[in-house]
Write a protein that binds this ligand. Structure first.
Ligand code: 4AD
Ligand code: MG
Length: 432
């Protein structure tokens, strides 16, 4: 058998005989030729099967091949200018590995979203979904590259936690033997312990929020990457977020252009993502919204509509800093220049994709942090370990969390986060 070659590598084998291993994506015929679209996860290639090349018996069998038949095809790679890959395969023979036992439910015709979501395990095979998952994988690779090549240590935080980090209204409670535990909302507090041990760390894992609202930006289970750095202030944190986003976007554009083209993403918009990003205070954001006719006022949180309205003003991500402390988390340090505001930053993606990063400088004073826990009615005993970080060599420190799914939605140009993760978990969706 000739060597197995993946579709994405076929262009390196022009004129050679190779074996393709995959599934039948589609098929059409014209008299003496069958055109088999074969996918293998790295791409889809057209295999031309002529009666004279594969023989009469095989030609008749090819006519009956059903969508999603798994098969191998032997043939010669030929240059083809009309193909997006630049090549096609001239088949010499093919072998069916397994014919579907019944008709594949997802035909090339249009299906409704509910139907596709029920068949998510099969929907993943379609061209668009494959492209999205490959971009997602590239984003994660770029994130790891970024931190790994800059002296950060990966720190794994627990999923079972004794306490809330991001407010108590959206916690998933689980029975933990005779006690109660919560699925983590964020690895940050553990990241802070890690930063005091290792200097620069990043936590990267799944996080959980019992989001009761159905929006196109919220999942109940999502992935977050959270760098945390000792001896870093808010300005440094914003510099880090900006540099990080630029590098991740650039790597994705560099390595995943074919996938972005399949998704019909306007790549020029992603190429505009360069430093410096605009930085505005929360109060400036409110003024901007008022100018645009919204009835926003100091103290309001910025919802999806407001974020979209702000993003319309800029061609790249915008950093909004110093929100009112009272609408933000207990651990954020207040601005000594303006104590009603927190030393925090949200990064809003362009083109209406919403908040992708939330971050802050952390409160490093023991007494202030104790008071904040009380104000937020958080049980002190669950945070004693966290307070220890302020008892023993407390230092200024800061970090942020980037949501992977919203980043995938932005870079792929997807309306809803449900397509950004293989098996989305939503208010009314836990299968497949
Ligand atoms: O702004 P958030 O809640 O920040 C934190 O959790 C901090 N502890 C991070 C830190 O400083 N280490 O969440 C951070 C990001 C958001 O900007 C958003 O991208 C994403 O996580 N996110 C969600 N993504 C999908 N579905 C949800 N329900 C999300 N909630 C937050
Ligand atoms: Mg946030």
């Amino acid at each position: 058998m000739p060597a197995h070659v993946y579709v994405e590598d076929l262009h390196k084998h022009i004129g050679e005989e190779v074996t393709l291993k995959g599934w039948l994506y589609g098929k059409r015929s014209s008299g003496k030729l069958h055109f088999l679209q074969v996918r293998d996860g790295t791409g889809i290639v057209q295999c031309v099967a002529g009666k004279n090349d594969i023989g009469e018996e095989a030609f008749a069998r090819a006519d009956k091949l059903a969508q999603e038949t798994s098969l191998t095809v032997d043939g010669v790679v030929r240059e083809d200018k009309r193909s997006p890959l630049g090549v096609e395969l001239h088949a010499k023979s093919f072998t069916v590995v397994a014919a579907p036992t019944q008709e594949y439910p997802i035909s090339p015709k249009e299906h409704g979203n509910a139907f596709l979501m029920e068949h998510r395990h099969l929907w993943l095979r379609s061209k668009r979904q494959v492209a999205i998952l490959r971009v997602r994988s590239e984003i994660i690779r770029a994130i790891r590259n970024y931190f790994d090549s800059r002296g950060f240590t990966l720190l794994d935080a627990p999923i079972f936690t004794p306490a809330a980090c991001e407010g108590t209204s959206n916690l998933f409670e689980v029975n933990y033997f005779d006690a109660k535990a919560y699925l983590t909302q964020s690895g940050q507090l553990y990241g802070e312990a890690g930063a005091m041990a290792l200097g620069k760390v990043y936590v990267f894992g799944p996080t959980f929020r019992a989001e009761k609202s159905k929006t196109r930006r919220h999942l109940t289970e999502f992935w977050m990457v959270e760098p945390e750095v000792a001896y870093l202030d808010l300005e440094g944190d914003m510099d880090l977020a900006e540099d990080f986003i630029c590098e991740v976007v650039a790597q994705v554009v560099r390595n995943r252009r074919p996938e972005l083209e399949i998704l019909e993403r306007d790549i020029a918009k992603l190429e505009q993502v360069r430093k410096p990003f605009p930085r505005i205070r929360y109060e400036e954001a409110i003024a901007l919204l008022q100018k645009k006719g919204k009835d926003s006022k100091f103290g309001d949180d910025l919802g999806a509509d407001e974020e979209t309205a702000i993003s319309e003003e800029f061609d790249r991500p915008v950093l909004i800093h110093r929100y009112p402390a009272e609408i933000k988390s207990f651990y954020m340090k207040r601005d000594p220049q303006d104590p009603k505001c927190a030393l925090c930053v949200d990064v809003i993606a362009p083109e209406g994709y919403g908040e992708i990063i939330g971050g802050s400088q952390r409160e490093d004073d023991l007494a202030v942090l104790e008071a904040r826990l009380d104000e937020h009615k958080l049980p002190r005993e669950n945070f004693e370990w966290y307070l220890d970080l302020r008892r023993y060599g407390s230092v200024p420190h800061a970090g942020f969390g980037l949501g992977i799914e919203r980043t995938v939605a932005w870079l792929c140009g997807l309306h809803h986060v449900r397509e950004t993760i293989p098996f989305p978990r939503l208010l009314e969706k836990i299968t497949p």
